[in-house]
Structures are given as C-alpha cells and as structure tokens.
Design a protein around this ligand. Structure first.
Ligand code: PMP
Length: 411
C-alpha cells in the first residue's frame, strides 16, 4: 500500500473540515453512520429548489419531473445491487424497516408452529427482534448459528441446524460489531438445499464491497441509505420478484392500491404495493446520488483502501500492550473492535473525543454477540472511504495517551 494507491476524498465531505473540540475531526464511527459528500448535500438542496412535488398522482410538470427522478432512483438502485428487475427494489425507511416488512408480510404468510428461523450469533438487533415478534405470533422457533472465538460463524454447526423445518435464514453480510465478512453465497446455497429462504442484512456491507444479488442468489437483501453516504430515513429492500409479488400487503394507504371501495380493495403491483403513502421522495432521490457517488469512486478502490487501513490499524494496535482485538476473522471489512485493559470502552471513547477522535463504545446493537464473548461491549473504530493513515495514527496516539492517563502504560 503505497500512499499513491490511497484514496484521498476527505475534501469531498464538508463536515470533515469542521474542527471538533478545536481539533481536526478524525471520524471513525462510520459503522453507526457515514458523513455525506457535497454532491449528496447539493442533491437534497437541488430537489427542494427545483423538483419538489408529490409523485405518481400529478398531471402537472413538476409532479411528473419528481416522479421521473424517483423512478430513476429505483433503476440506479437496481443496477447498484445487480438485480434482475427494477420491480424487485422497494424503498423503505432503512434496514430495520426493510426487515420488519419481510417479517410481517412474508413471515406471517409463511411461518407456522414448529417452523424454524435460523439466525446467526452475529446479528444486529434489527435482524433478531422482528423475527422474535413474528415467531411469537406464529409459533415458529428461532435457532442460532454459534460464533467461533475469532468472530467467524461456525459453519459446521450451521449445516447441522439446517433441516426441512428451516423456512428462513437471516444472515448479516458484514458484522457491524466485529467486521466479520460472512460467506453469504455459500450459506445461501446450503439454505436453498433445504428449501429455506434467505435474508441478507447488508447494512454494513454495501459501502464496502460490491453486492450482486443475482450472484448471491439470496431471496431478500436489505440496507440503509445513511451507511452509504446517503440520507437517514431511507433504505432498500431487494426481493426476488416471484417472492415479492406473492407477499401480502403490509401498510395500507394511498399509492399501494389499485381500487378501493368499502366492500374491499385491490392492490397495486409490486413494488408500489409496499410503498404506501407519500414516501421519502427527496431521500430516495438523494440516496441514488449517494450510490452514484460511491460508483464514481469505485467500490473496488474503496474496498482496497479500507482493507489497507484496517490492516495498518490492526498492526498498530497489536503492537500496543494491554489491547485485545475482538474479532480476528480471516475476512473482515472496515471494523476494528477492541478492549483496553483497565479502561472501560465508554471512558476510552470520552478521552479519545477530547482529541477529536470519534469512535463508538458499547454493544453495537448486538447484545447476544457481546454476551457470547462475556463482555458488555467494545470500543469500535470503523472506516469509510474518506479515512486515512493519518486518522489511524491519530487513533493510536490518542489511545496511548488514554493508557498513560489511566496509568496502564509502561512507557
Ligand atoms: N444491521 C446492521 C449490520 C447494522 O449495522 C445496522 C445499523 N447499525 C442495522 C442493521 C440497522 O440499521 P438502521 O438503524 O439504519 O435501520
């Protein structure tokens, strides 16, 4: 990794020019949310200045213009995920919203008492709790793929768990807590052998690796706009057309119907059936701008850059005394979780913040995973395309300072 190979995109992100506590901002909390490039911020302003109207109902020019932009955003998203058909893309409010949609439509339609839902020990709460709620209603049972000491899934145990009873497998593509990249294509193939459907939580993956839903052959793929340099309150559900088309409506209202009478209603074709009411029009259009931005930088370049940062940060932390890395999987993306002897992660986060270094401390919405490791939480540095080797150096310098402050350094 010569410096010439590195991405240098910090200047694309206005917020990174703003000092924090009088210091250069070192933003390493990208697992929680990413910052937005100027083109994305501009797209939001442009929409409200030039294109704002409600979609799908107006006869006037502005409404048709906004509708065109919204429909174009769906094509951009389809191409981004390499989906076969544009109708396979549903816009939602985020990953959580997408998973709830699947759980409350496909789940309630297809699960019955004794059926099994296989989830992994790496899941975010948003790919656990909706399934628990639906399991309570249907009598389905949740089984969990165990996590190995290095943060990888126990794939032998996974194979053992799969049976004719398995109806759905839910897998996080990249763990937001440890960075583990799961072998989702192979896991999907195995799930399909027993006739189960597969939902992949791509919240932590899409900004870090090329996703091709046809190559993965998954049935559902979900992600959030805000983790890929786009707006909060936006998200995507990809579902194979035949599955989506067979799913019951969920939220009822305008735009999702074909006809309505008090005797009963008929429903719009997918994906409109799942986009009741006025959607986040600006958000969706701006999300497409974020996807174009990522594609213009290049996901292969982003992945190589973030891998180099992760390797460098890992080496640096391994050289410090009193630091334990949590999650040392062979395949990782963008996340470094660790513990520092005698310093609580929250205290560490607070001390680093004094130096303008933003990390996250806590359970990362993966409490079962923390329980698996017998810890309440970790400190987590998570990378984005705009981070640099300087950012890693700042993290390490600040960490050493914290250790000195707590008297746990022998320097
Ligand atoms: N899954 C993973 C792996 C995540 O990292 C997150 C966000 N932390 C979510 C799901 C939930 O995403 P959101 O809060 O945007 O719905």
């Amino acid at each position: 990794t010569t410096p010439a190979m590195q991405l240098d995109r910090r200047a694309d992100f206005p917020i990174l020019a703003q000092p924090v506590r009088g210091q250069r901002l070192v933003y390493l909390d990208n697992g929680a949310t990413t910052q937005k490039p100027a083109v994305v911020i501009q797209a939001e302003k442009d929409f409200y200045e030039k294109s704002n109207a409600n979609i799908h109902r107006g006869v006037h020019w502005l409404s048709q213009h906004a509708t065109d932009l919204y429909d174009q955003a769906r094509v951009t998203t389809q191409q981004f995920l390499h989906a076969r058909r544009v109708e396979e893309i549903v816009f939602t409010a985020g990953t959580t919203d997408s998973i709830n949609l699947v759980a409350y439509t496909w789940g309630l339609d297809n699960l019955k008492a004794g059926d099994e839902i296989v989830l992994t020990g790496l899941e975010h709460h948003s790919n656990i709790v909706p399934w628990q709620l639906v399991a309570q209603r249907t009598g389905a049972v949740i089984k969990v793929v165990p996590v190995l000491d290095n943060g990888e899934l126990d794939l032998d145990a996974y194979q053992q768990l799969l049976s004719e009873k398995t109806k759905l497998v839910g897998i996080v593509h990249v763990s937001n807590a440890l960075g583990t990249v799961n072998p989702v294509a192979e896991m999907t193939r195995l799930a399909h052998q027993v006739g189960a459907k597969v939902l992949i939580d791509g919240a932590q993956a899409v900004a870090h690796t090329v996703v091709d839903v046809q190559a993965l052959d998954c049935d559902f793929y979900v992600f959030s706009g805000h983790k890929i340099y786009g707006p909060t309150g936006t998200g995507v559900l990809y579902a194979k057309y035949e599955i989506l088309d067979a799913m019951s409506p969920w939220r009822g209202g305008g735009d999702m119907i074909h006809t309505v009478s008090f005797e009963g209603s008929t429903y719009a074709p997918v994906p409109q059936r799942f986009e009741a009411g006025t959607p986040n029009i600006a958000g969706v259009i701006v999300l497409a701008e974020a996807l174009r931005y990522v594609q213009s930088v290049g996901l292969a370049q982003i992945a190589a850059h973030e891998d180099a940062l992760l390797r460098y940060a890992t080496e640096q932390l391994q050289q410090l005394k009193g630091i334990t890395l949590v999650g040392t999987a062979a395949q990782k993306a963008g996340v470094l979780s660790f513990l520092v002897d005698d310093i609580h992660p929250h205290d560490l986060g607070t001390i680093l913040d004094m130096d303008g270094v933003a990390i996250r401390a806590g359970h990362h919405c993966a409490m079962p995973l923390m329980t698996r490791f017998g810890i309440p939480g970790t400190a987590r540095a998570s990378f984005a395309l705009y981070n640099s080797f300087d950012d890693v150096d700042a993290l390490v310098t600040s960490l050493k300072k914290a250790q000195k402050l707590f008297g746990v350094s022998d320097e």
